[in-house]
Ligand binder design. Structure first.
Ligand SMILES: *[C@@H]1O[C@H](CO)[C@@H](O)[C@H](O)[C@H]1NC(C)=O
Length: 200
């Protein structure tokens, strides 16, 4: 008659285990992958969406550039904070004068835009692409920082992310923070921090 004295919480525990363990086991042996974000759900073409300069493959976008055009896209929504994450492989070979940019920016307004940039500065053949980051607040920039990456960003895909919350702005390369800006605006007007809603 042991089951009669079983405390009710034991039943609850068993229930939770089934709910959470069984779906996890059902997906073995392949590790569960995050739901795929399809381009058209969240992004729209900004320019060059002619199927040649921008090729939309659902969860991956290819951008090409020639003498007539490059291509760009942006998120449909503007965000007041967030973790913006993209896997990028930049063009290889002779890319001097070509800038591949991944950034979040507020609505284009003369002189008062907020913006956080990853800019990949192309170079002549054999010279590695340089990563430049920049932060604009109210149109004030002049905060460029250049970083020689510890890998060739044209050889493979790597993770580039921007974390922007009320206390920090952090830029990551493959999970390593490469730039941090603290929100110190309460200390005085000389401390600037992006505050306007931004689109990726
Ligand atoms: C920055 O911090 C101040 C308080 O110190 C806060 O009022 C403001 O909303 C913060 N900025 C952002 C963008 O969250």
């Amino acid at each position: 008659m042991a089951f009669q004295v079983r405390p009710p919480w034991l039943l609850l525990l068993h229930f939770i285990a089934v709910i959470f363990i069984l779906p996890a086991m059902a997906s073995l042996p392949a590790p569960p992958s995050p739901p795929a974000t399809v381009f058209d759900d969240n992004y729209v073409v900004a320019y060059g969406g002619d199927g040649y300069h921008m090729i939309n493959q659902g969860t991956e976008i290819r951008l090409t550039m020639d003498r007539s055009s490059g291509a760009g896209f942006r998120s449909k929504l503007a965000y007041g904070s967030g973790f913006f994450h993209m896997r990028i492989k930049v063009p290889a070979g002779y890319t001097a004068g070509v800038v591949t940019a991944y950034y979040v920016a507020s609505e284009p307004e003369r002189d008062v835009q907020d913006e956080v940039d990853f800019e990949f500065l192309g170079d002549t053949d054999g010279n590695p692409t340089t990563l430049q980051t920049n932060v604009f607040v109210n149109g004030h920039g002049d905060r460029e920082q250049r970083l020689r990456l510890w890998f060739d960003p044209a050889a493979d895909f790597h993770d580039y992310a921007i974390l922007w919350n009320p206390s920090h702005l952090v830029m990551f390369v493959d999970g390593t923070p490469v730039r941090v800006l603290k929100n110190l605006t309460s200390r005085g007007p000389e401390y600037e921090f992006p505050a306007k809603p931004m689109r990726a």
